[in-house]
Design a protein around this ligand. Structure first.
Ligand code: NI
Length: 229
């Protein structure tokens, strides 16, 4: 399931975050790449322990905690501290799959990586290329979103970032250990939650009250069956 989450950051939050990033020192992105992806990864990254990265990461995490659509789609158990990358002309990231397990830096805490996310920070008009290409059974999806919008997709997907040919592409990216491990199960819960929300808004306390209660019970009882805590 590939889901677009619009306006994770508003214009004010975005401007503040970008000014932090512009002032920061960047390093070669290969520092967090595994054996498989290092040869195809060509970008810049903020050092994970840099104060700018931590502060910007906290801004993103606070925004995620308030975002109902993200929570419904990812059902997060743990969120890896967001990282930031930058692509200049000639830079890109070839086909790869994200690591299955990651240790949170400075801790012994390891996450199983179920969901990958990219939060676009540059306006699409400001750069050419730089599309996030995500493969699933229907083919390859090209994703290039407005600044402040985010895409979440299964960490099991092959994906790449097309070479940037003009301008600068800035993004935050991070991973999620979900309460629900299987993408198909998360998709089902996401659909059900979305239907319940729409019906609740439309029907209120009318005749749909009883079936809405039944659907809500199904949602929670499926989550109870699948949630890994
Ligand atoms: Ni990746």
């Amino acid at each position: 399931m590939i889901v677009r989450v619009p306006v994770v950051l508003d214009a004010v939050q975005l401007a503040e975050l970008l000014s932090r990033l512009h002032a920061a020192a960047w390093e070669d992105g290969r520092v967090t790449a595994g054996h498989q992806s290092a040869p195809v990864k060509h970008n810049l990254q903020l050092p994970q322990d840099a104060p700018a990265a931590r502060e910007a990461g906290e801004t993103v995490v606070r925004a995620l905690e308030r975002n109902a659509l993200f929570i419904s789609a990812a059902l997060p158990r743990h969120v890896y501290p967001p990282l930031f990358n930058r692509y200049e002309p000639g830079m890109g990231f070839g086909d790869h799959v994200d690591n299955a397990v990651r240790q949170i830096p400075g801790t012994h805490h390891r996450l199983r990586i179920d969901v990958s996310a990219t939060l676009f920070l540059s306006a699409p008009a400001d750069y050419d290329g730089g599309e996030l290409m995500i493969e699933d059974t229907f083919g390859t999806h090209s994703v290039k979103l407005d600044a402040g919008d985010m895409v979440v997709y299964p960490a099991s997907s092959r994906h790449s970032v097309a070479p940037v040919t003009r301008g600068t592409r800035l993004a935050a990216f991070f991973w999620v250990q979900s309460m629900v491990r299987e993408d198909a199960d998360r998709s089902l819960l996401f659909e059900l939650d979305s239907a319940i929300r729409q019906l609740s808004g439309a029907a209120g306390a009318g005749a749909a009250r009883e079936p809405l209660l039944q659907l809500t019970a199904c949602y929670h009882n499926l989550l109870r069956r699948w949630a890994l805590l």
